[in-house]
Design a protein around this ligand. Sequence first.
Ligand code: FE
Ligand code: FE
Ligand code: ZN
Length: 264
Amino acid sequence: MGRTALQIGANTFAFFTRNPRGGNAKALDEDDVAELRQIMTEHGFGQLVAHAPYTMNLCSANPETVGFARRAMAGDLERLESLPGNYYNFHPGSHVKQGAERGIELICEGLNQVLVEGQATTVLLETMAGKGSEVGRSFEELARIIEGTTHNELLGVCLDTCHVSDGGYDIASDLDAVLAEFDRVIGLDRLKALHLNDSKNPCGARKDRHERIGDGHLGIDCFAAIVRDERLRKLPMVLETPNDLDGYAAEIALLRSLAGEGRS
Ligand code: FE
Ligand code: FE
Ligand code: ZN
């Protein structure tokens, strides 16, 4: 993963901690982990943003699903102790007819069971598009999850640009206003990482269909504002656009040029 990142001009990346559809994780190869850590130090990588499986739902109505989610998260966090100081991003979940109240309660319960004081990984709640019964579309819901979690010094937020726009926060027209709102409701000190995706749909659509940078409703100016923003430019930024490796290399080069950086 580290070598592939270097190949495309990246100095951070996301990775799935196990099959994104769920299931068991492969056993850790300690030599491989050591080599990655070496590459990261040598090339000045920023923090990595591991991604939990999509099927993980801490607030499902099905207790077995909740049980899997808690076990998977606990297991992933244990494994990530081999790569200390990085991030673990997850989708708060879908409450499926139980209501957001109950959803938030279950998410907090899960986090209270799984987070371990002093762990080396910060867990990030991803801002969601609000598709179906997704919890975490509004900054208020994310704030309530943080407030309801005992060891919330271990929690942060990963802002997905497609999701927040789809969720009704108009970052394309007024990034500043959205960041001010984020700061008021959650606190900008909680913002730890960004998913950079353009959106196939207009603000408020709640669809969650990612588009390549500059080709969607957010547009290139929005991304220029993001990579130039003093509050954001040092955060790890991860692309989840529909692309291949060459496409990602081009997007990274584009974002670096918008930020006024050469390729490092
Ligand atoms: Fe995600
Ligand atoms: Fe995302
Ligand atoms: Zn998405």
